[in-house]
Ligand binder design. Structure first.
Ligand SMILES: Nc1ncnc2c1ncn2[C@@H]1O[C@H](COP(=O)(O)OP(=O)(O)OP(=O)(O)O)[C@@H](O)[C@H]1O
Ligand SMILES: [Mg+2]
Length: 481
């Protein structure tokens, strides 16, 4: 079947045929705008909502250019997570099958030697996380990325952020190893606040495309919040899952948590309630991470409990529900987390659990995404019925986890990471403790101000009410007279 839309963008018949086989028949707006610009040789920055087909927007034109001048290494794609690297490589492989495309995935947690060998065999496309690729560049001269035509940064804003994983140093190493003469393509659902930094990477007057809608999330997503007291949060969670499982047998759910430990504990707890759940977090061995995701993708497990390693880019069409077990502190993170559902025009629902301490976070999210979340109604009587059982089970799971060496492992991993980054773990710990102390004091100060303000507001309100009462009494007296 010939696909007119993609033909008009300048894509070759063989690629249109590949698209049709995957059910990609009509270009999405980001594809419609970015594909011609990329084919035209321009640098490109694409900022489009989650699930809108940004991957194909860069994979398709790169494959077309590769077919015109095939050599390796032709293209380098950088991405923040290992799972995402595999997903992107798969898109290249599937769409580029007629070319006999050779791809290579370079991510941490896998054998360096086998990767070095693969790199030396000149694959057409290398998809990598920055840390591991930088390690190869530093330690080996058996491959070169000096001749690449394309550099892609998927989730580009994350790659530039100095978050818990800081990619900036590794990026510098990589940017020094690639040619200045290249096409640079940057994509994300949240590019805007890193635009200036990104322009230093895509230097050749990049073509910039941003979705025109003011709202940052997709229309097909039903966004809800659920106000829950901190202490009974898990009972609400269990109730929600039970409800969705009862009502929709084929729905998959992703639950996002703030830490690896909570992720692990919640998974243990849900399993005690016989829910088909699995955990995904950065403290797991890499092979286990991939196996977990594969089982979730193929619906062997219906519930994935994950930290933010799964927040960006993952494309799992069966996911109908996203639950935020904690309210994300950054609106950006919220956008990516809830974007794991309602993809490619499908419907989905996202429920964010908000405790009494997180209401301000909810407001910041609403301000940024330009939409108000609606309240999600639950039968509190039902929650109350399971409350004690859930809390006891959670405590039991915590005790079980404490008896393993989970915390010790975490500490070891942290120290290893710091040493790799050239830092002194003990010095860092001291620095962190001092920062924590300052943070706590700041928070205390904030709380005090908040408390004073609240007291003032209450006093004002009381005075107003008192005045109102007095006025009413006067009126009654007057009427009686
Ligand atoms: N033109 C199209 N028509 C229909 N489906 C499409 C089209 N292009 C891509 N898709 C499908 O849409 C889904 C989402 O695509 P993709 O993962 O590229 O989204 P994204 O924009 O990168 O999202 P995120 O910001 O979450 O990374 C994929 O399953 C993909 O196969
Ligand atoms: Mg993507």
């Amino acid at each position: 079947m010939d696909v007119v839309g993609f033909a008009a963008l300048g894509l070759s018949a063989w690629l249109r045929e590949q698209c049709a086989q995957l059910g990609i028949n009509r270009p999405t707006p980001v594809q419609e705008s970015c594909i011609p610009a990329i084919l035209n040789g321009q640098d490109c920055m694409g900022c489009a909502k989650t699930g809108s087909g940004k991957t194909a927007a860069f994979v398709l034109p790169i494959l077309q250019k590769l077919s015109e001048d095939p050599y390796g290494i032709f293209c380098l794609v950088l991405t923040p997570t290992r799972e995402l690297a595999y997903q992107i490589a798969e898109q290249f492989r599937v769409l580029g099958k007629p070319l006999g495309l050779k791809d290579c995935i370079i991510v941490g947690g896998m054998g360096m030697v086998a990767q070095a060998l693969e790199l030396s065999r000149k694959p057409h496309v290398v998809v990598a996380t920055p840390g591991r690729l930088a390690d190869h560049i530093r330690s080996s001269d058996t491959f070169t990325i000096k001749k690449i035509k394309f550099l892609v940064l998927d989730e580009a804003d994350r790659l530039l952020e100095q978050g818990c994983t800081d990619f900036t140093k590794d990026l510098e190493v990589i940017l020094r190893a690639i040619p200045a003469q290249r096409q640079t393509l940057l994509f994300s659902a949240t590019l805007t606040d890193t635009l200036e930094q990104l322009k230093t990477i895509a230097m050749n007057k990049p073509f910039f495309w941003e979705s025109s809608s003011e709202v940052r999330t997709v229309d097909e997503l039903d966004q809800r919040y659920l106000l829950v007291p901190e202490k009974v949060k898990d009972a609400y969670l269990v109730h929600l899952i039970q409800k969705f499982q009862d009502e929709h047998e084929d729905w998959s759910i992703i639950i996002f948590t703030s830490t690896c430990k909570t992720c692990q504990i919640l998974n243990m707890m849900l399993r005690e309630f016989s829910f088909p759940s699995v955990a995904l977090h950065s403290m797991m061995k890499q092979k286990q991470r991939f196996a977990t995701l594969a089982k979730f993708k193929s619906s062997i497990f219906k519930i994935l409990i994950a930290t933010d390693v799964a927040a960006r880019g993952l494309d799992i069409p069966t996911v109908q529900v996203v639950i935020n077990h904690n309210t994300p502190g950054l609106p950006k993170l919220y956008v990516h987390r809830v974007g794991r559902t309602a993809r490619a025009g499908h419907h989905g629902i996202a429920i964010t659990l908000v405790t009494q301490y997180d209401i301000h976070l909810l407001h910041t999210i609403e301000e940024q995404i330009k939409i108000k979340l609606k309240d999600f109604a639950v039968d509190e009587g039902e929650v109350l019925k399971i409350l004690t059982q859930v809390n006891v089970t959670r405590r039991e799971c915590e005790i079980k986890l404490e008896s393993t060496d989970f915390d010790e492992k975490k500490e070891k991993n942290k120290r290893k990471q710091l040493i790799l980054e050239g830092k002194d773990p003990d010095l860092e710990a001291k620095r962190k403790a001092e920062l924590e102390k300052i943070k706590r004091e700041k928070q205390k100060f904030k709380d005090k101000i908040q408390e004073t303000l609240q007291q003032r507001q209450e006093a004002q309100l009381q005075r107003k009410l008192q005045k109102k009462r007095e006025r009413k009494q006067k009126q009654v007296v007057l009427v009686k007279e």
